[in-house]
Write a protein that binds this ligand. Structure first.
Ligand code: ADP
Length: 377
């Protein structure tokens, strides 16, 4: 499908995706990338400019939202303030003419699943944010829809509650066995909740895959930079061949030897002026204290900032003009101003074409079982 708004904004372009029954799929990307527009087209709240949407075998392009067998949960819960929780949850059913006894049964059941049975008599203003969000979920659950559509449902909750509700929604998904399409700009939410993620930028799908594959094998530099905290390190490098014809990555005066099997993917950049970007996740930067290693692939730097998080620490290292981020387990023993040596785990590097951002090692890695590149040994 595609969507062009009346002012000419092409909000969604060539969006093509098949979602499995009972899958939890997350649309994620920066603000304005077209996530909500896509969701609203599925819901029937936005006209589709081009293409077709099918739910099951049915093309729904011209169906009213109420006939699509979907339920939507928004970030602003839109509860009716003058109604009790019970009435709020059951209101949609009442509108559809569902009988009182059946309605009560369904509301009770949803309240039990959500753990809000003792709140049924309260009005929304007497509820916390998290409880209100559950009432909104309850309203969706009683309709027993084929598909749940959720647009940033947690963004009004405080940090602690967000983490808690995140896990609850994941559990709920398993309990209900329904298909969920979930929109968020929060990569942690996406990574922790989705069976698969759809990473979007500028109206286009960049990559669709499991959280693990997206993290370990991003298709381009945008995806690599968008997913992962702290961000992946990006370092401008060149490739060259040594006298024996082996492939070497050259970063300033550091030389990182590569497995010959990678030659078919990056050999053609050797000796050219085309920019290549080495990508390394902070946990794949390996740190040595001075004098502890003799490897020729080690670079030198100075610790600029240490962030101790308890279970892990982040080191910001300056190396010549570059700033490298490293993540280590535990509290670490290094402090500001310390000199360190570091190298990278060659099995875990990424290499992007500077001009297009394309990940040149994507194919090589997707052919391996565990997303490791072939090692030199
Ligand atoms: P996201 O949900 O990823 O933040 P949206 O789908 O809301 O992105 O918006 C995608 C693009 O479409 C943005 O450039 C936005 O400004 C534009 N847009 C959204 N709604 C409208 C509208 N009703 N009219 C015109 N442009 C819109």
């Amino acid at each position: 499908v595609g969507k062009t708004y009346s002012g000419g904004v092409r909000a969604v372009k060539d969006f093509s995706l098949e979602i499995e029954d009972r899958e939890f799929i997350v649309l994620v990307g920066p603000s304005g990338c077209g996530k909500s527009t896509t969701l609203r087209m599925i819901a029937g709240l936005e006209e589709i400019t081009e293409g077709k949407i099918k739910i099951g075998d049915r093309v729904v392009n011209d169906l009213d939202p109420k006939d699509r067998d979907i339920a939507m949960v928004f970030q602003n819960y839109a509860l009716y303030p003058h109604m009790t929780v019970e009435e709020n949850i059951g209101f949609g059913l009442k509108l559809r003419g569902v009988k009182k006894a059946e309605r009560e049964e369904k509301v009770k059941n949803a309240a039990r699943i959500l753990g809000i049975s003792d709140l049924l008599g309260r009005r929304p203003r007497a509820l916390s944010g998290g409880q209100r969000q559950r009432v909104a979920l309850g309203r969706a659950i009683v309709r027993n829809p084929n598909v749940f559509l959720m647009d940033e449902p947690l963004s009004n909750l405080d940090a602690k509650l967000r983490v808690q509700t995140r896990a609850e929604i994941s559990l709920l998904h398993k309990q209900l066995g329904a298909t969920v399409i979930y929109v968020t700009h929060d990569q942690t939410e996406a990574m922790t909740m989705g069976d698969r993620l759809v990473i979007m930028d500028d109206g286009l799908i960049q990559q669709v895959d499991t959280p693990r594959n997206i993290y370990e094998n991003p298709v381009n530099q945008f995806v690599a930079g968008f997913i992962g905290m702290p961000q992946m390190n990006f370092i401008s490098v060149k490739t060259e061949e040594d006298v024996d014809g082996n492939l070497i990555l050259n970063w300033k005066n550091q030389r990182i030897p590569l497995h010959p099997a990678l030659k078919e993917h990056i050999g053609r950049y050797t000796g050219t002026d085309e920019e290549l970007i080495l990508g390394v996740r902070p946990e794949e930067i390996l740190i040595f204290e001075p004098g502890k290693t003799e490897s020729q692939t080690v670079a030198e730097g100075k610790i600029e900032i240490v962030e101790i998080m308890g279970s892990e620490s982040i080191y910001y290292i300056s190396a010549d003009s570059e700033r490298i981020t490293a993540r280590v387990q535990g509290a670490g023993d290094l402090k500001n101003g310390d000199k360190v040596f570091f190298t990278v785990n060659p099995k875990r590097i990424h290499l992007f074409e500077g001009k297009t951002g394309k990940n040149l090692l994507y194919t090589a890695r997707s052919e391996s079982e565990n997303n490791d590149l072939p090692d030199l040994q």
